[in-house]
Design a binder for this molecule. Structure first.
Ligand code: 3PG
Ligand code: CO
Length: 544
């Protein structure tokens, strides 16, 4: 059981953690949608209330290095668990470096299957080095090992990124990768790219937001249905010219030779889904694993030996076979607040719903006792067209939940800064931040009325840098037509953390220090009048 604090009896009303997804802090104004947004409420909070900046990237959230930006998975894991675990990106890189991955049963089953059946080994996943969902270096290491182990035929299905890496960088990955394949190819080793498309068009949907994307991915990778191209470069150049879309939104393509697709997925094949992050891996994994599947008509359901890079959901055991064991995230705040008999409420719209539930609770899809979850359905639109998203509805639901008096601890996520930040539209991103400001202005007074306290923070930066800046000159990069190149990915910036307290008469503040997201769980525990769990990082709370 969590011990009672001796110095502080705890706040009587609810403790509410508000995650402004993708709202980082940078002093630089140029291209910074957070700084440029008209957000009088948030600005006044930063003036009036105790606040600190939290590290939200790199090793502070379990990424391999401090050059790695943060992301919602590692961010919400750290907030919810109060601890930093080595995350998928680091675990897979290590397992490849030591060779452990290739000694495990999953890899042996995948490779023995294709050797025994003289069938094809397929790799499918996000084709970049963003290190958020995947890393192309992991893919290359597996292909090289497949050749070493005498596998005859490999096909690669590439999901173009432009969301965790520069928005039109696909060819920077395709070119060197094709060269890498050329060097490996031999009469005994037949390897090539077989299909692909933008990651926001096919395959990588999350939280059941839009199964049509997965269906289109299935048609592309498995059935080989779609527009044919001779190679990936030709596909990307043609589709770019026709659609003007950035990489994440490029339509699907199938690589064909002599009028037939070069790599459909067939009975007896092996498939490795090489993304390590779970949210955008679960739906396609279900399509490959579930015998009785109702989300769309698969037309053909090949009997394949399937493995995920990691296990994506420990409760659902999804997938059954995985190449590297996931981080064993234990003793989360959700679990221990539940054991303390507290009632917890979590809310977001579909796009970030799993962030405040599944990621928050250490990649578990089931609830702890006393938890209530509310999902507001997200629109299925490009979010630069609706930068307010469902911020008003999330606010309404949080107001109801706080005012109901039923919950001791509440959490919500406003996705706007992140989801709109990923579109690359600076104008829409300022509106996104403004929508969150409105939400805060409505919600926080209700928390006051209930005698509660709020922590307003974020999981990582995104909207705080909307221009792709040249590291050498410090100036924004430009497109061929002279327009500024947008930055669609997350940033390395810290995030704000504001202690909104109108109930203790100034007894509480946040200590100055070098803090990160993993310090939030202990801080919340203290606000509730409990000592932190021994495995959690320190509390930031100063109690007078
Ligand atoms: C995505 O999946 O949309 C991006 O790759 C990462 O964004 P998130 O970490 O904010 O979800
Ligand atoms: Co994001």
């Amino acid at each position: 059981m969590l011990k009672k604090l001796s110095a502080f009896e705890g706040i009587k009303g609810p403790i509410v953690t508000i995650v402004m997804d993708g709202v980082g802090y940078s002093p630089k104004e140029e291209g910074n949608a957070v700084a440029q947004a008209r957000k009088p409420y948030l600005d006044s909070l930063m003036k009036k209330y105790s606040h600190v900046l939290l590290k939200a990237h790199g090793t502070a959230v379990g990424m391999p290095s401090d050059a790695d930006m943060g992301n919602s998975e590692v961010g919400h894991n750290a907030i919810g668990a109060g601890q930093v675990y080595e995350q998928g990106a680091a675990l897979v890189a290590k397992s490849i470096q030591t060779g452990e991955i290739f000694k495990r049963d999953a890899w042996k089953e995948i490779t023995e299957n294709v050797r025994a059946k003289k069938s094809t080994l397929h790799f499918l996943g996000l084709f970049s080095d963003g290190n958020v969902h995947s890393n192309i270096e992991h893919l290359k290491a597996m292909i090289a090992e497949a050749k070493k182990e005498g596998i005859a035929k490999v096909r690669v299905h590439v999901l173009l990124d432009g969301r965790d890496v520069p928005e039109t960088s696909a060819l920077d990955y395709v070119g060197p990768f094709e060269k890498f394949l050329d060097e490996l190819r031999s009469p005994e080793f037949d390897v090539c790219i077989a299909s692909g498309g933008g990651r926001m068009k096919i395959t990588m949907d999350r939280y059941n937001a839009n199964w049509k994307m997965v269906e289109l991915g299935w048609k592309t990778h498995v059935l080989g249905e779609g527009r044919y191209f001779a190679n990936t470069t030709e596909a990307i150049n043609t589709l770019r010219a026709e659609t003007k879309a950035i990489d994440q939104d490029l339509p699907p393509f199938v690589i064909a030779k002599d009028g037939a697709p070069v790599g459909t997925i067939q009975d007896g094949d092996s498939v490795v889904y090489f993304n390590f992050r779970g949210d955008r891996s679960i739906e396609i994994t279900r399509a490959f694993e579930e015998e009785h599947f109702v989300e769309f008509d698969r037309v053909r359901f090949p009997k394949v030996t399937y493995a995920g890079m990691l296990q994506y959901d420990g409760d659902l055991k999804l997938p059954k076979r995985f190449l590297v064991p996931p981080p064993a995230i234990e003793n989360t705040s959700g679990e221990w607040f539940s054991k303390a008999g507290l009632k917890q409420f979590a809310c977001s719209e579909t796009q970030k719903y799993g962030h405040v539930t599944y990621f928050w609770n250490g990649n578990r899809s089931s609830k702890f006792d006393g938890e209530t979850y509310l999902e507001i359905p997200s629109d299925v639109v490009p979010f630069e067209q609706r930068p307010w998203m469902k911020s008003a509805e999330i606010t309404d639901s949080m107001i109801d939940a706080v005012a109901s008096g039923k919950y001791n601890v509440l959490r919500c996520n406003f996705p706007n800064g992140d989801m709109v930040g990923h579109t690359g539209s600076l104008r829409a991103a300022t509106m996104a931040v403004e929508a969150v400001d409105l939400g805060l202005a409505r919600l926080l007074p209700v928390i006051d009325a209930m005698g509660g306290v709020a922590i307003i923070t974020a999981d990582h930066g995104n909207a705080d840098e909307m221009y792709d800046v040249d590291k050498k000159t410090g100036l924004p990069k430009t497109n061929k037509d002279g327009s500024i190149k947008a930055k669609t990915s997350h940033t390395l910036n810290p995030v704000p953390c504001i202690l909104y307290d109108n109930v203790t008469g100034g007894r509480l503040s946040l200590k100055e220090g070098s803090w990160g997201l993993s310090n939030l769980a202990a801080t919340t525990a203290n606000l509730l009048g409990f000592e932190k769990h021994e495995s959690w990082d320190d509390s930031m709370l100063l109690i007078k």
